[in-house]
Design a protein around this ligand. Structure first.
Ligand code: NAI
Length: 463
């Protein structure tokens, strides 16, 4: 039986063509193949990967394989898979479990499948949002007797997760604990997953070292910002074809993703307003020229609402009840709980097309909800472009090499890659876009107190 679950293997040719194009836009990953392809530092690593199964991720997967790793893969969101990418990767012999539009039950079953290496267990996790890590750690705690953890699901997601944990416990007692103990480390892609890791560590529940890839400068200050700058409006357009110019758009949150999202909408001609809870980010938004408002102020008048906070219950049912007819509501943060979608379930839904729904509110006004509140740039479009994902994924590969080859030197905890590697990632992306770097003269280096070859900034520099 084929060791993959995808939409259609016949899409592999199309996927391969796009993978080949993506490689030309991902110089960081290709440079790592050149640098480490012979030494194969990931030999022996069995990586359970949970990250949007896109074309760009395909190039990441094939880089990990080129460096010697065994890899199994699932998407970290039910809507984010590109079926042709999954097909090309499956065709190349990497077990992939990902279908665009899979159910939540399938999602957790696929998450389980990425740990099912023939040899028994995975020994590394590459995570985006923390679900693969959560699955193993929660399962092991339940196995250790904390059965109350899976008794009261608070959402559809949890219901599906708890059912999958019960299923695995019944089929293979002791499996979660053995799997947890075999993990040498995890590298985590995104802000939300990183929050989860710090929280686990604070509670003494993180048993292995983790590398926070998100807070490499060449990740969060690029992918989260410039990535969303391109992919947010792309998602809204593919979903709705609405005229953006002149519309009033509200961006909730002005962190890295919020900054990119606001710029995306402004670039498309929308009049953008921002909501924030943090006075520093609110001040930044104002000084970048956005009006900073509360959602209550603008719920009834704005045309487009986007959440970027990584927080829960940001757009609530009382806000949506006030919205005008055909307001567009979407989220680009990691999880779907930024918008109270569950509270809309008892209203009348009309499906317009995949990942686009029209919902009739009691007032008679309709709202257009994108990707059922899941991250819309990957649900309604194809996520960030390859070039910026190359920077993110170069950090991922360096993190996997670090944990696999030097994991023993790390105690359980959450770490960030050293600055010289961050600068290396940036350096690998300069030539592609014709950037000519000025070389520091030795006396200048002395004067500002940095080595000629870098690192050029202290760890607390904020960029
Ligand atoms: P961040 O921490 O830099 O920004 C979030 C901002 O939201 C903060 O400034 C915070 O003060 C603000 N905020 C929190 N609660 C709020 C509320 N109730 N109302 C208004 N503002 C509020 O985080 P970052 O890196 O911007 O990530 C945000 C989310 O996007 C995370 O869930 C992250 O995982 C996800 N993400 C999604 C990507 C995508 O391609 N869709 C790419 C990268 C990150």
């Amino acid at each position: 039986m084929a060791d993959y679950i995808i939409r259609d293997i016949a899409l592999a040719d199309y996927g391969r063509k796009e993978l080949t194009i993506a490689e030309t836009e991902m110089p960081g990953l290709m440079a790592l193949r050149d640098e480490f392809g012979t030494d194969k530092p990931l030999r022996g690593a069995r990586i359970a990967g949970s990250l949007h199964m896109t074309i760009q991720t395909g190039v990441l997967i094939e880089t990990l394989v080129a460096l010697g790793a065994d890899v199994r893969w699932a998407s970290c969101n039910i809507f984010s898979t590109q079926d042709h990418a999954a097909a090309a990767i499956a065709q190349a012999g990497v077990p992939v479990f990902a279908i665009k539009g899979e159910t939540l039950a399938e999602y957790w079953a696929y998450t389980d499948r990425i740990f099912q290496f023939g040899e028994g267990t995975a020994n590394m996790i590459l995570d985006d949002g923390g679900d693969a890590t959560l699955y193993i750690l929660m399962g092991a705690r339940v196995e250790a007797g904390e059965t109350a953890l899976i008794e009261k699901p608070g959402s559809e997601e949890e219901e599906a997760l708890f059912a999958q944990i019960r299923k695995r416990l019944a089929e293979s007692p002791g499996w979660f604990t053995a799997q947890r103990d075999a993990i040498r480390g995890v590298s985590e892609e995104t802000t939300t997953g990183v929050h989860r890791l710090y929280d686990l560590h604070k509670k003494g529940l993180l048993p292995f070292p983790a590398i926070n890839v998100n807070d490499s400068v060449t990740k969060s200050k690029f992918d989260n910002k410039y990535g969303c700058k391109e992919s947010l409006v792309d998602g809204i357009r593919r979903a709705t074809d609405t005229m953006m110019a002149g519309k009033v758009a509200v961006v909730c949150g002005y962190g890295d993703v919020g900054k990119g999202s606001a710029a995306s909408l402004r670039g498309a001609g929308a009049r953008v307003k921002v909501t924030e809870v943090d006075p520093i980010c609110a001040l930044q938004a104002a000084m970048d020229g956005y009006e900073v408002v509360t959602l209550e102020d603008v719920a009834a008048s704005a045309d487009i609402f986007i959440t970027t906070t990584g927080n829960k219950d940001v757009i609530r049912i009382e806000h949506m009840r006030e919205m005008k007819d055909m307001a567009i509501v979407g989220n680009i943060g990691h999880f779907d709980n930024e918008i109270q979608v569950a509270a809309l379930r008892n209203h009348k839904w009309t499906n317009i097309k995949d990942q686009v729904d029209m919902i009739e509110m009691p007032s008679g006004a309709r709202i257009i909800l994108l990707s059922e509140g899941r991250l819309l740039n990957l649900g309604n479009a194809t996520g960030h472009p390859s070039f910026v994902m190359s920077a993110s994924f170069t950090n991922q590969v360096l993190a996997q090499i670090e944990l696999w080859t030097k994991g023993d030197e790390y105690r359980p905890g959450v770490y960030i890659l050293p600055k010289h590697l961050d600068e290396k990632v940036a350096r690998l992306h300069l030539a592609k876009i014709g950037v000519k770097l000025t070389e520091l003269r030795p006396d200048q280096a002395d004067y500002i107190g940095v080595p000629v070859q870098g690192p050029y900034k202290s760890d607390h520099y904020r960029y």
